[in-house]
Design a protein around this ligand. Structure first.
Ligand SMILES: [Ca+2]
Ligand SMILES: [Ca+2]
Length: 98
């Protein structure tokens, strides 16, 4: 159950990040309709400037989160262990000292 949840989150993150880059729009792989519905949060079938701004901000936040995640994920296997978290904390503390 937990593994499935993890998998879903991973897929979601990949999806959101892949749909952020405009170069990706050139490829047909993207479900434009689904993307549109994601941005159109009040479901009135148009994207307002406000909705667009929120979408971009949200994606930027996600990208930042992914970078942080990758920095903690020392062996880049897509999962953070307690050891990796401790290592990250140690590195962070050393950085604070210097
Ligand atoms: Ca709308
Ligand atoms: Ca890891």
């Amino acid at each position: 159950m937990i593994d499935l949840k993890k998998k879903i989150i991973k897929v979601l993150i990949t999806l959101i990040i892949s749909t952020t880059s405009f170069s990706a729009l050139a490829h047909d792989e993207i479900n434009l309709k689904g993307k549109f519905q994601n941005i159109d949060t009040n479901n009135d079938e148009t994207i307002s400037l406000e909705e667009f701004k929120n979408f971009v901000l949200e994606n930027r936040r996600m990208n930042r989160l992914e970078r942080i995640f990758n920095r903690i994920d020392n062996n880049s296997n897509g999962e953070i262990t307690i050891e990796e978290l401790e290592l990250f904390q140690k590195k962070f503390r050393e950085k604070q000292k210097s």
